[in-house]
Design a protein around this ligand. Structure first.
Ligand code: PLP
Length: 559
């Protein structure tokens, strides 16, 4: 066992006694102070709290005259639960009920010998795993989700209210929006950090401003981690969003009026792939390809024939609503035959690619664009990966081509996200997203609903509610929303409804998997979806499902 111990001048003498009495039971790490001279307690609280927060030690002990200042300081740090105890009983309870990890002691409240007894009891008592204590600890953590923003309660009550409402919504609703996920607390800490204060036009080592060493370090980590995670030769982590990532690739490679062959929006493509209302459709000559009318999947032979005829500069693949695996090797063959660049927009599936649950486009494509906030679960943002030969053109397309100062706080959060994806458990996560999606899809399908393309290989599927029930995607999504289940209306291939009504809904499992749900929960959720859509006008079913969905959601904490 390892214990970090710290004290100010008021607790110095007691710390000396504890060091020798606990030394036989644990490795003691002494964070100071080393004299009786007056000093500032927050410094020692910070050293011990950070050792606990980093997981370098099992417990911390902090001593000052009353113990109060130390406990206040220590409890400002994430993952620290500091308890000021004046009795053995209180120390035992702090461990059992609250899983306290730092013991604070007041040198004027207890004798040094009794302090040693309190500390021995503290480190010897395990946390109680009974349901009510686990629940209360979780409620404490949940309050922590809000405490990140609690300064706003006074500074800006209206914005604080919006954050409270979003937190409440995340906690209590079942989110099945395929393009969303829950960011980790670590990501949000980086995103909300002081790195947002820095102007850093340019790239690490070649900036237009002084004082960029800290942000250079962060951006370099993001770039190298992105390359390592995806096996890419070069990464640009500056694009503000996925649309900007696509714009950067177009700007780096082709001229206005050049031809892009891309999946049309109403078949699962993205606005930035050439929609007439988007910059891409206004600047370039867009030729859309479609999925096969029967299978509702890509027909690679048809795509090849079209590419040979159209002779595009770019063949763009990747989608916002395509439930099937993409064959990147085959797409590369098509691009080679047609003599065009292969660009893959993996915005939706990036997390599956990172976790090995979908083949990677990186070995095949000239450019891979992505968002970092969908299955990848990082901060809202974009990124481009490319072969080394395009690095210079890409970087100057982003800056100075289309953006000014990069969002270094968001770039740091991207780095945090990439590091998280290097942990082995993320492979299990990605696999579970796909397994959950298959089970959820089958549950809905078994209730008689037509699934576009007959199923799913990835994190999302499309339900054809029009053919099945004669209702629109808009009405289906509204009824599910009233039942605490959040999806979005979505066009399906060859849709006869307008994009505002649609014939389908899109359902994804990245968010529910992030909160730890597995196959049994998917069966419950799929059953609720069918219950609500079977009787779309029956509000009593919606109310019943909303109650049950909320109870389920509360059992699976959002990070
Ligand atoms: C979400 C998405 C994007 C980009 O989205 P932004 O909102 O601009 O970040 C780009 N391409 C595809 C395929 C997407 O699904």
């Amino acid at each position: 066992m390892k214990i970090a111990i710290g004290a100010d001048h008021g607790g110095y003498a007691m710390k000396c006694v504890l060091l020798s009495s606990l030394g036989a039971k644990a490795t003691m790490i002494d964070a100071g102070t080393d004299t009786r001279e007056s000093c500032d307690y927050p410094e020692y609280a910070r050293a011990v709290a950070l050792a606990v927060a980093k997981g370098e030690v099992d417990f911390g002990i902090l001593v000052c005259t009353s113990g109060v200042g130390m406990s206040m300081s220590a409890n400002r740090f994430q993952n620290v639960r500091a308890a000021l105890c004046a009795t053995v009983d209180a120390a035992v309870m702090a461990r059992q009920h609250n899983d306290a990890n730092i013991l604070c002691l007041g040198a004027n409240s207890v004798s040094a010998d009794y302090a040693a007894e309190i500390a021995s009891a503290f480190i010897a008592t395990p946390a109680d795993a009974s349901e009510r204590h686990v629940r209360r600890r979780w409620l404490n953590e949940r309050a922590g989700r809000l405490s990140d923003a609690s300064g706003l309660a006074k500074a800006d009550p209206e914005i604080f209210a919006a954050i409270v409402a979003q937190t409440e919504q995340e906690d209590t609703e079942i989110n099945l929006i395929a393009s969303e996920n829950f960011s980790s607390r670590a990501c949000r800490e980086a995103a909300g950090s002081v790195l947002m204060n820095k102007y850093a036009e340019g790239y690490p080592g070649k900036r237009w401003y002084s004082g960029c060493l800290p942000v250079d370090a962060a951006e370099e980590l993001a770039r190298t981690r992105a390359c390592r995670l995806f096996g890419a030769e070069h990464a640009n982590v500056q694009p503000h969003c996925g649309s900007a990532a696509n714009m950067a690739v177009y700007f780096a490679t082709i001229k206005p009026g050049d031809t892009i062959l891309s999946l049309s929006l109403d078949q699962g493509g993205h606005l930035s792939h050439g929609s007439p209302v988007n910059f891409s459709g206004k600047i370039y000559n867009i030729v859309p390809y479609t999925v096969d009318r029967k299978t509702e999947m890509l027909d690679y032979d048809a795509l090849e024939a079209q590419a040979l005829e159209v002779k595009p500069k770019i063949l763009l693949t990747g989608a916002s609503a395509y439930p099937r695996t993409l064959d990147f090797k085959r797409i590369r063959e098509i691009c080679d035959k047609a003599g065009c660049l292969m660009v893959v927009d993996m915005a939706h599936i990036a997390g599956l690619v990172a976790g090995g649950a979908h083949p990677s486009p990186v070995p095949y494509a000239d450019f891979v664009t992505t968002t970092t906030h969908k299955t990848l679960g990082g901060p809202r943002g974009g990124m481009v990966l490319c072969k080394a030969q395009y690095a210079k053109a890409l970087d100057s397309a982003v800056f100075p081509g289309m953006q000014g100062g990069p969002l270094e706080n968001i770039i740091a959060a991207k780095a945090v996200c990439f590091r998280e994806w290097m942990q082995p458990e993320k492979k299990d996560y990605a696999a579970q997203v796909v397994k959950n999606c298959a089970v959820l899809c089958k549950t809905v399908q078994d209730r008689g609903y037509r699934i576009v393309s007959g199923g799913t290989d990835n994190h999302l599927f499309l339900v054809d509610v029009k053919t099945t029930k004669g209702i629109t995607g808009k009405d289906a999504a509204a009824a599910l929303d009233a039942a605490g289940i959040v999806v979005n209306k979505n066009t399906i291939p060859y849709d006869t409804e307008s994009p505002f009504k649609t014939s389908g809904i899109r359902v994804g499992t990245a968010s529910v998997t992030t909160r730890g749900m597995k196959e049994p929960e998917m069966i419950k959720i799929g059953t609720w979806i069918a219950d609500v859509l079977d009787n779309i006008a029956d509000t009593s079913i919606q109310e019943r499902v909303k109650r049950e969905a909320k109870a389920l959601a509360l059992g699976f904490p959002v990070p």
